[in-house]
Design a protein around this ligand. Structure first.
Ligand code: FAD
Length: 400
């Protein structure tokens, strides 16, 4: 009947609370979240919600009541006292714990150029942010997107589909430089350009120019101006590990955890975007729903003293125009790549391998190839590149 407190009512925290009850944890269970809303699905904020659909709650309010899960929204946790095993909230509450789980997520990296605080310059993490962005898109004025990452490209797709003029400004020499293979970057950039989005790579933003306190244009280092009525800043996210740092937990740009979600204090676990977690030989930050869910399972097993859960292949999805992208594994810096399918038809899969051993798959509208790729990665299967490239050859026959 241990008392479990979870800080952060996002995907990781809310999932963990549900899993703990499902697995039979009967003790007190409380989730503290500093947003005003009940836990909701974050991925739609740059997809269907941006396109006008309503917010999607992770669970209805009755679920938390029925399961006796205390969800304290609008409650900012300001400190942890590890020696007394308590946490303190901004409203003055002090709450004891047996197990504390930090699921505080990440916040958008800020743009540090002059003009970044003008009206009309927005970032996207929360439902509140998404409402502001939606109001900007509804005005149909030109939109500049700083950062050609997944969030930037997803919003670009929604905005273009709604007839908005969109310019994506990417500092690197390709979009998705940090997270996708060069081939996928090239295919997606071409697709966005065909839909009328202007993409400028190698674009260093000098400042944001305003008029009457509102954004008017983004100005690049080469002096060129991109006139706009709104700017979305999508330049990555940084872990919200400040509570953990103040409490003296081991952090390294994220709370460092093991494969059972344990931090350097056995009474404190951490899960989700705030963590730096083991993956093979390395510790990495994975910002994805599947990773948050997997770590919620790990934390459940650790708190209840069950056997560790089996490691999963990391994966991620994104929707851009009609492309349902699914990506598994980690793309190596200079991959050997097999293309199956045809990007021109919108159905393709890129299998990246190292001497025949598949390490990652990037697919669009190809669920079978994605599932097969995930299995290849999990089993370190060796494939015949020529057979895998031929979509007349069944996927299983491409394995050596
Ligand atoms: P979060 O969901 O960020 O939740 C953390 C919560 O903790 C927040 O509500 C925060 O306010 C709260 N908090 C922080 N500090 C405190 C404190 N001190 N006191 C109280 N509360 C606190 N992933 C995918 O796999 N596929 C996608 O297509 C995809 N699309 C995305 C689109 C967008 C626009 C965004 C922003 C993310 C997307 N992601 C996607 C990533 C995914 O949403 C995250 O990986 C996931 O939400 C991580 O869950 P989390 O619980 O760790 O963090």
């Amino acid at each position: 009947n241990d008392r479990v407190l979870i800080v952060g009512a996002g995907h990781a925290g809310a999932t963990l609370a549900g899993l703990l009850r499902q697995a039979g944890h009967a003790g007190p269970l409380h989730v503290f979240g500093d947003e005003p809303d009940l836990p909701y699905h974050r991925p739609p904020l740059s997809k269907k919600f941006a396109d006008g659909e309503p917010a999607q709650w992770l669970r209805p309010a009755e679920f938390y009541r029925e399961q006796d899960i205390g969800v304290h929204v609008g409650e900012h946790v300001v400190a942890i006292d590890r020696s007394r095993r308590t946490l303190c909230t901004a409203s003055g509450g002090s709450h004891p714990y047996d197990h504390l789980v930090l699921a505080t997520g990440a916040r958008p990296r800020r743009l540090t150029v002059p003009g970044a605080d003008l009206d009309g310059v927005v970032s996207l993490r929360t439902l509140a942010d998404a409402r502001v962005l939606r109001a900007c898109l509804a005005r149909r004025g030109p939109l500049a997107i700083i950062g050609g990452g997944y969030i930037g490209l997803e919003v670009a797709a929604v905005a273009r589909a709604n007839g908005v003029d969109v310019t994506v400004l990417e500092r690197e020499d390709r979009v998705l430089a940090r997270v996708a293979s060069p081939r996928l970057s090239q295919i997606l950039a071409a697709h966005h350009r065909e839909q009328g989005t202007s993409i400028r790579t190698g674009a260093a933003v000098s400042h944001v120019d305003g008029h009457g306190g509102r954004v008017r244009a983004v100005v690049l280092a080469d002096g060129s101006e991109i006139p706009c009525e709104a700017v979305l800043v999508g330049v990555g996210a940084v872990p919200r590990d400040e509570l953990a740092i103040a409490a003296g937990l081991h952090c390294d740009q994220g709370i460092v955890v093991d494969a059972r979600a344990r931090t350097s204090d056995p009474r404190v676990l951490a899960i989700g975007d705030v963590t730096r977690r083991p993956l093979g030989e390395r510790h990495v930050r994975l910002e994805s729903i599947p990773s948050a869910t997997e770590q919620a399972k790990q934390a459940t097993a650790t708190i209840l003293g069950c056997a560790p859960v089996t490691a999963e292949v990391p994966w991620f999805w994104s929707d851009q125009f009609g492309l349902k992208l699914k990506i598994a594994g980690l793309v190596p810096p200079r991959p050997d790549t097999v293309l199956r399918g045809d990007p021109a038809t919108g159905r393709f899969a890129l299998f990246h391998h190292d001497g025949g051993t598949v390490t990652a798959v990037e697919s669009a509208n190809c669920p079978a190839e994605f599932m097969a790729g995930k299995k290849f990665i999990a089993s370190a299967a060796r494939i015949d590149p020529a057979r895998l490239a031929d979509d007349q050859v069944p996927l299983r026959d491409a394995v050596l």
